[in-house]
Structures are given as C-alpha cells and as structure tokens.
Design a binder for this molecule. Structure first.
Ligand code: UDP
Ligand code: MG
Length: 326
C-alpha cells in the first residue's frame, strides 16, 4: 500500500445504510451538515449506502452528491440487508475515524461531536452507544430482547451490551480489523466485540424515527437473533451432545429397572401409552437437534460458497462520469 502523507486535519467518514429513506434523508443531511460546520477542524466524508431502495433514495443521493463533494454513495444492485450495507461502508470509507449511523435520526448526528471528543481525549479506539429505553417496542419485544441478551451473554464468548446500537465511532485500526473479517454470515454486534480494542459505552435515549417506517419486523429481528447465536456460539451443538448423553444415561437406568422388575414381578404386558409417548418425545428431541446441526451446516455451506456480501450497481463516480458524457 502506498504511503499517503497525512494531512493535518482528521477525517471522519460517516456511513449511512439507507433502505427506502427518502423522507428521512433530507432531514439527516441537513443535520449532519450543520454538525460538520460546527467542527471546522475535521474533514467529513459522508458515505451513503443505498441498499436497493425502491423509492427516491437514489435520486436524492445523486442530487446531494452533485451539491456537496463530501458526499459519496454506493448503490447496491438489490436489497442486501443492513449488515451488507455496513460492511460496504466500512470497506470503502477512507477516514481516520469511521462512524456508522442510521438515516432515520434515531442516532442523533449531534452525538458525533461528543464521541469524537472522547475518542481523541480519552484514548479509546471506539465510542459506541446503547439505549435502554425503547418507547416504540411492544412488551413482547422488550421481553424477548432482555431474555436474548441474557442468553447470549451466557453462551457466547463475545461481550454483548444490552440495547447496543450499531451507532459508533471507530479508529481506522479497528475498522481495518473488522473489514478483515469478511465472513458472509455477518452479525456485526458480535464482530465489533470479537475484534477487541477499547470501547467506551455511552447511554442515551434513542428518539423515535423521524419519518418512514422501521424495516425490522419482529420476525426479521428474531431471525437476526438466531443469526447472532449461530455466528458466535457453538453452545447449541454442545447442548445436543449433553442431552444425548443424558438420555443414554436415563435409558440405561430404565433398562436396569425394567429387567429387575421383570425378574421380580414377572412380565405383565402393558404400558404401551407411555411407550408411545416416549417414542414421540425422543423423535422430537432428535429432530430438534438434527435441525440445530442443520442450521450450523447451512451457515457453513453458505460460507464456503464465498458469495459476495454485496454487489455495487452505481457509485457517485459512475454518476459524475455519466453526467460528463452527456
Ligand atoms: N436498512 C438497510 N437495509 C435494510 C434495512 C434497513 O440499509 O434492509 C437501514 C435503514 O435505512 C436505517 C437502518 O438500516 O438507516 C436501521 O433501520 P431501521 O431504522 O428500519 O431499524 P430500527 O431502528 O427500527 O431497528
Ligand atoms: Mg431506526
């Protein structure tokens, strides 16, 4: 890699994954522009990832990139998901510091100032945010979230902070480490923790979405939670072995009891309902753990295919060049 001469000014790259954010984008841009003007000693790069939006998000990004040369964008060929968006951003950001933010203002741009100050003054590698209050969450979702964080803390070796958001500001070294983890099944909350480095956690109250709707339904989040367990823990596999062993032990004791009973009391035929229940229970347990193994296998299968995490259809450079040709 060619050594580039470091300019005096720090550069902060802001990655914003966008999926149908036409309503939020103008508000977000206005706010982040304001913040950047309040930080004259820092250069900014705004890297928007258009994750296959079907509304006017791309058009807005094109226009914005014409108005402001700090704006870059990467537009995917289809919807690849927020994880792919974050990875594309991290891989393509050029700043000394990199932040990831949602477009919907739930990650307030004004926090950037505070985060940058902490990272510079307190010598952290990363400042990340968590939010314990979720006014827009239903009771069931809150309950599931609490249980899930407790579970993942027990079965995974990576630290997971309850209520952690993807909103964070990181130093270049940490970003490079994350980009090096180019696994296909991405679970960023785990990856951020896996790479280590010093992270300072700040609590804040996440506001409601400024416009538009959340793209994460309960079902999508549930799938994401399973993804997190599969990506960062092999405990379910160990559990299947332990349950198997336990049942072997129980059946061994049952065999001895039955033999002794038969010798002592003779052999009365009976008890078939309990036998039927046992067979059904056992096949249920077996199928369940077969499913668990299958899930790990399917992840391995997708991983070895080495499919691209995202596919780029257009960037701001393509757009500028197409404009020149006209
Ligand atoms: N997002 C994305 N791709 C998707 C879904 C979401 O890039 O497939 C973006 C979305 O535009 C937003 C961020 O990810 O900037 C967080 O999404 P959202 O606000 O819907 O999630 P929530 O805050 O409700 O968890
Ligand atoms: Mg949101």
């Amino acid at each position: 890699m060619a050594m580039t001469k470091k300019t005096q000014k720090d550069k902060i790259s802001i990655i914003v994954p966008c999926y149908n954010e036409e309503e939020s984008l103008p508000i977000f841009y206005k706010e982040i522009d304001k913040i950047s003007q309040e930080m004259p000693k820092v250069d900014f790069e705004l890297l928007f990832i258009n994750d296959g939006s079907i509304d006017k998000t791309l058009n807005q990004l094109r226009t914005l990139s014409e108005q402001d040369n700090r704006i870059r964008y990467i537009s995917f060929s289809r919807n690849f998901g927020k994880e792919a968006g974050m990875y594309a951003g991290l891989e393509n950001a050029t700043g000394d510091f990199v932040a990831i933010m949602d477009a919907d203002m739930q990650d307030p741009p004004s926090m950037i100032k505070k985060m940058y100050k902490i990272i510079k003054e307190e010598n952290y590698d990363c400042v990340a945010l968590y939010s314990k209050t979720h006014k827009d969450y239903s009771l069931i979702r809150k309950l599931f979230t609490t249980c899930w964080y407790k579970l993942i803390a027990k079965i995974s070796s990576t630290e997971q902070i309850p209520g952690a958001r993807d909103f964070r500001l990181m130093k270049r070294k940490m970003v490079d480490a994350i980009v090096n983890m180019n696994e296909y099944n991405r679970y960023s909350k785990g990856i951020f923790s896996f790479v280590g480095f010093n992270t300072k956690w700040l609590n804040y109250e996440a506001p409601d979405r400024v416009a538009g709707k959340s793209k994460f339904s309960f079902f999508k989040l549930f799938k994401y939670a399973i993804e997190g367990i599969l990506a960062f823990s092999t405990a379910p596999l160990v559990l299947s072995a332990i349950v198997g062993l336990l049942f072997c032990l129980i059946s061994f004791i049952a065999i001895i009891v039955i033999i002794v009973k038969t010798i002592v009391y003779g052999d009365p035929v009976g008890g078939w309902p309990s036998l039927a229940c046992m067979v059904m229970f056992m096949s249920g347990v077996q199928l369940f753990f077969l499913g668990v193994i299958g899930m790990y296998l399917s992840k391995t299968y997708l991983e070895i295919k080495k499919r691209p995490i995202y596919i780029i259809k257009e960037t701001e450079q393509d757009y500028r060049e197409s404009k020149k040709e006209l």
